[in-house]
Write a protein that binds this ligand. Sequence first.
Ligand code: HEC
Length: 147
Amino acid sequence: MVALVLMGCVAVGAQAGAPGTEAPPAFREAMQTAGDAWATVESLVDSPAYLLNSARGDVLSQVATIRRQTATVRVLFETRALPEALPLVAAWEDALVEFEAEVSRATPDQAAAQEGLAGVRDACVACHRQYRTGDQARGYRIRLSVP
Ligand code: HEC
């Protein structure tokens, strides 16, 4: 109980410190879900276990989870009338589709999968550079107007 209360305080403090606008809860949740799934994807693709069918099955299910989040992200940028963000969303979706196709191959090619992984990572980073502010300590927010 004490721990829960403390965590609440830290979260409130973190939000106050970051510049930008607080993203809607659905958006934050989508990013959190994508981030958790992504951590599993990265560790499996870089592991010798990648050659096992079961590990690639896990990667595909985590990628499916990330792909389910893209609609929420797209909606936010559409409703906030940030049309310049939509190509970043599209590039992210395309990179996920390409990576998924690579992981789905009957004969695994780990180097090719790592390339696909880098493609998705670049798409995450490209949007974060443009539209994410803050950091892990202060919490993250969305940049809705470019200074
Ligand atoms: C089209 C834009 C866009 C793309 C693509 C994108 N993000 Fe984000 N992400 C954001 C924005 C904006 C925020 C800050 C808003 C927030 O966290 O509420 C964010 C925040 C996050 C956070 C922090 C969540 C929190 O508040 O603790 C994580 C983790 C994250 N993204 C992971 C990812 C991963 C992993 C990918 C790629 C698989 C990705 N994102 C792709 C825009 C994007």
